[in-house]
Design a protein around this ligand. Structure first.
Ligand code: BDR
Ligand code: CA
Length: 317
């Protein structure tokens, strides 16, 4: 008899690569604990035509050509798209020289794929991992609100509270790009695990850590180091640190080794209207309201444990 806990977790990864998204994808693709039902691309760090292509580039780098890749929303639910080429470069994956993908894109729209999959899989089986703006998830909830009760959880990189924002003083990029979708997600009743800047800023890609990855001497390790060296230059300049924060892999690391992290259940609301604080995640960390808890907000991480997990998984590819 098979124990359910031995079964891989069924996940859909929604992403906007982005070098840190790419590392998150590699971590997921290397794990036998996850069954990746599909990877859905959304516009964010760069436009959709690049994010969907970047997902395929990374699957091929990992040697996982059988993973299904879907393209989703080209722009946020209401706002005009804001991209981040200043951080990620023109392609979103600037740094290494990676070949054009040969894998084809699935014909189905990502939002339809998410809805269909959640409805067809047993209730409570599917976890959504979101590494970019929440547009595809917001649209899926709009199209089929009944999926909310069937999703096991959403583990997301997004928001910031104690650290403030990274695109405005108040807002983190993923939430800022589509605050309407984020608000719908936080109101949906789906259990949420939130990885804000408060935790990702504790995971720096220091020279020592990159040197260790480089020692793996594989094409994947080489590409990861080149991506992260490109990606960190922006944040090193901004924060004056040795290395930059590694955001999106926290989502996958949580699924693989949750004991690396700690946080607390809170109410989180999204500011949508104020021009000054649009996209802010208002976290009731100190429980000063009676608003109901809708997210597990992570604040701390065992950094060395996290990079050991990453190293061990990259070595498998
Ligand atoms: C988030 O924004 C993007 O630039 C990164 O890929 C990450 O998902 C960090 O604010
Ligand atoms: Ca991202």
């Amino acid at each position: 008899m098979t124990d359910d806990s031995d079964m891989p977790m069924k996940v859909i990864i929604d992403t906007d690569p982005g070098q840190d998204d790419a590392v998150a994808l590699l971590l997921a693709l290397a794990s036998e604990k996850l069954e990746i039902l599909g990877i859905t691309a959304v516009a964010g760090n760069v436009p959709l035509e690049l994010t969907e292509k970047n997902v395929r580039i990374i699957c091929e780098l990992a040697g996982k050509l059988d993973v299904r890749v879907f393209a989703g929303a080209k722009s946020p639910m209401k706002k005009t798209l804001v991209t981040a080429e200043n951080v990620h470069g023109k392609t979103g994956l600037d740094g290494p020289d990676l070949p054009e993908p040969v894998m084809s894109l699935q014909p189905q729209h990502a939002v339809d794929f998410i809805v269909e999959t959640v409805l067809n899989e047993p209730a409570g089986d599917v976890t959504l991992c979101t590494l970019g703006p929440l547009t595809n998830i917001g649209l899926a909830l709009q199209q089929a609100p009944q999926i909310a009760d069937r999703i096991q959880q959403i583990v997301m990189m997004g928001g910031g509270f104690f650290e403030g924002g990274n695109i405005t003083p108040a807002a983190e990029f993923n939430i800022f790009v589509d605050p309407d979708a984020a608000s719908d997600v936080f109101q949906s009743g789906i259990p949420i695990v939130m990885m804000p800047l408060d935790v990702t800023h504790k995971l720096l890609t220091t020279k020592k850590r990159l040197k260790r990855i480089k020692k793996l001497k594989t094409p994947v390790a080489k590409a990861v180091v080149e991506m992260l060296e490109f990606f960190e230059r922006y944040d090193e300049g901004k924060y004056g640190t040795d290395g930059g924060p590694l955001h999106d892999p926290t989502v996958i690391a949580w699924l693989l080794q949750p004991e690396l992290f700690s946080g607390r259940y809170c109410n989180v609301e999204i500011e949508k209207d104020s021009s000054l604080t649009c996209g802010m995640t208002v976290v009731d960390w100190w429980q000063v309201t009676d608003r109901s808890h809708n997210a597990l907000v992570i604040r701390d991480v065992n950094g060395d444990g996290f990079f050991d997990l990453l190293q061990e998984h990259l070595a498998r590819l």
